[in-house]
Design a protein around this ligand. Structure first.
Ligand SMILES: Cc1ncc(COP(=O)(O)O)c(C=O)c1O
Length: 442
C-alpha cells in the first residue's frame, strides 16, 4: 500500500517551495538544469540570461572553475570538522581574507549559514554586547519599515515587509521601526542616491526620546534596501543614522547580505557610502551562492567586550553546527580570489554608468512609474493593475522568462542585479527584452 503512494521521482508535489506561488509553478514549471557564466539552461534546452545573479548571490557568474575546483578539492580532503572547541585552518584563513577587504574597523568574523542567520547572530550579539558591558537594560532593537532581514523571528521582527510578518504572530517584543525612505513624487527617476529624505534619519531621535537611549541595543538597516524593491539611501541619511547612534551609544548594524561583495562597486556598501557601522551581516556573494554560508563582521570593540572571565569559559553561547564549514570556507576563499583576480568589484564600478543609462532609457516605456539604480543594481517600478497588486510585475516576470531573461519581482517592482561579469551587449539584451515585455503587457 505504502509503495503505491510513493511519488514518482519527477512528481513536483512533495517539495513545498519557498517564497513561491506553488500551485501556479507546479502547473507550468520553470526548471533550470544547468548554468555557465551569465546564463542558465532550462529543462527545454533554452539559454536564459541571468539578470538577478541567481538570488543576488552569484556575483562572479555561474560554475566558475576556480570555485568549483576548490569545492571539489576540499570536500575530498576535509569534508567537515566541528568549529566548537575545534578548528581547521581554512575557516581562519577566510576570516582574515574577509577582514582584508572589509571597511576599516571591522576586525572579527562570526560564521553562519545564511543571511537570516547572520541577522539573528548580529541582533543577539548586540544585546549580549551591552550586557557584557554592564548595560543589560539595552535590549530594544530598531529596524525600518520595508526592511528585509531574512525570515527568522528576529529578522522579521526588525524587518518591515508586511507580508513577511503578518502571518507569524506577535514576533519579538521591544522592537520599533524607523520610517522607510521611499518618497514617490519627490525622488522619482533618481540616478543613484536621492536628494530628499535625509531628515528621515532624525526619526531615530524621536524613537530614542520615546523609549530612552538606555533601553536601545541596536539599529539595523540595509544600507541600500534590496528585497523591498531597491530603495536607495537619500544623500546624507546614513551619515545621520551613524551620528545619532554613536551619540546615544547604540550599535549600528548594516545588513549587507545583498550589497556585500561588489554589488555597488566596492567590496561593501559601507565603503561605497563612507559610513562604517559596528557590525556587518553578509551571506550570498560570500561564496558566490555555491555553498550556503554567511558571516557577521564586528569591530574589535564589540568582540573584546565578550573576552573576559576565566579563559576556559565559553564567551558566547551561540553558533551553528556548520559555522565555518570547511567546504563553504573553501568556496569563500576561491570566490574572493575570483573577485580579486578578475577585478570584479572594479568592473561593477566601471560598468555602473552604462547600466544606469540603459535602465533609465526605459523611462516612458508602458507602465513604468519609477526607475532606481546604483552600482549593478536596478529597479523598474510599474503602475499596479487597480485592485490586483503584484499581478502586472509577475506577468512581466513570466513573459521575460519566456523571452530568455531572468528578472525578479517584489510587489510591482522589477529588480535586477546581474552577475558582475555581465558585458554591455548583455545589458542591452536584458533591458531591451524587458522593454519589449513591458510594451506588450496589459
Ligand atoms: C538584506 C538581507 N538580509 C537577509 C537576507 C536573508 O538571507 P537568506 O535568504 O540567506 O537567509 C536577505 C536575502 O535576500 C537580504 O537581502
Amino acid at each position: 500500500m505504502a509503495l503505491d503512494r510513493k511519488p514518482a521521482p519527477n512528481d513536483l508535489n512533495a517539495f513545498w517551495m519557498p517564497f513561491t506561488s506553488n500551485r501556479q509553478f507546479k502547473k507550468a514549471p520553470r526548471m533550470l538544469v544547468g548554468a555557465k557564466d551569465m546564463h542558465y539552461t532550462t529543462a527545454d534546452g533554452r539559454q536564459i540570461l541571468d539578470g538577478t545573479a541567481g538570488l543576488w548571490c552569484c556575483n562572479a557568474g555561474h560554475c566558475r572553475p576556480k570555485i568549483t575546483e576548490a569545492v571539489q578539492r576540499q570536500v575530498a580532503e576535509l569534508d567537515y570538522a566541528p568549529a566548537f572547541q575545534m578548528g581547521h585552518p581554512i575557516a581562519f584563513e577566510l576570516a582574515n581574507r574577509l577582514i582584508d577587504i572589509a571597511p576599516e574597523g571591522m576586525a572579527h568574523v562570526f560564521y553562519t549559514n545564511s543571511g537570516s542567520e547572520s541577522v539573528e547572530t548580529a541582533l543577539k550579539l548586540a544585546i549580549a554586547y551591552h550586557r557584557a558591558k554592564g548595560d543589560g537594560a539595552r535590549t530594544r532593537l530598531i529596524g525600518r519599515e520595508r526592511g528585509y532581514h531574512g525570515v527568522n523571528f528576529g529578522g522579521i521582527s526588525v524587518g518591515g515587509i508586511v507580508s513577511n510578518r503578518k502571518a507569524f504572530g506577535t514576533l519579538l517584543a521591544g522592537v520599533d521601526h524607523l520610517p522607510h525612505t521611499h518618497l514617490p513624487g519627490q525622488n522619482d527617476f533618481t540616478r543613484g542616491q536621492p536628494e530628499h529624505g535625509a531628515n528621515l534619519a532624525d526619526e531615530l531621535e524621536r524613537i530614542v526620546a520615546l523609549h530612552g537611549a538606555e533601553t536601545i541595543a541596536a539599529v539595523i538597516v540595509e544600507p541600500m534596501a534590496g528585497s523591498t524593491g531597491v530603495l536607495l539611501p537619500p544623500k546624507g541619511y546614513l551619515e545621520r543614522l551613524r551620528a545619532i547612534t554613536r551619540k546615544h551609544g547604540i550599535l549600528l548594524i548594516f545588513d549587507e547580505v545583498i550589497t556585500g561583495f561588489g554589488r555597488l562597486g566596492s567590496a561593501f556598501a559601507a565603503q561605497h557610502f563612507g559610513v562604517v557601522p559596528d557590525m556587518i551581516t553578509t551571506a550570498k556573494g560570500l561564496t558566490n551562492g555555491v555553498i550556503p554560508m554567511g558571516a557577521v563582521m564586528t569591530t574589535a570593540e564589540v568582540h573584546d567586550a565578550f573576552m573576559q572571565g576565566p579563559e576556559h569559559m565559553i564567551e558566547l553561547f551561540h553558533g551553528y553546527t556548520y559555522s565555518g564549514n570547511p567546504v563553504a570556507a573553501a568556496a569563500g576563499i576561491a570566490t574572493l580570489d575570483t573577485y580579486r583576480e578578475e577585478g570584479l568589484f572594479e568592473r561593477a564600478h566601471a560598468l555602473a554608468p552604462y547600466w544606469e543609462d540603459a535602465l533609465h532609457a526605459l523611462k516612458g516605456t508602458r507602465h513604468v512609474i519609477d526607475i532606481r539604480n546604483m552600482g549593478l543594481i536596478g529597479a523598474v517600478e510599474l503602475e499596479p493593475i487597480p485592485g490586483e497588486p503584484t499581478k502586472r510585475a509577475f506577468s512581466a516576470f513570466l513573459k521575460a522568462y519566456e523571452k530568455g531573461i531572468l528578472i525578479r519581482t517584489t510587489g510591482d517592482i522589477i529588480a535586477m542585479s546581474p552577475p558582475l561579469i555581465i558585458d554591455k551587449p548583455q545589458i542591452d539584451q536584458l533591458v531591451g527584452t524587458l522593454r519589449e515585455v513591458l510594451e506588450a503587457l496589459d
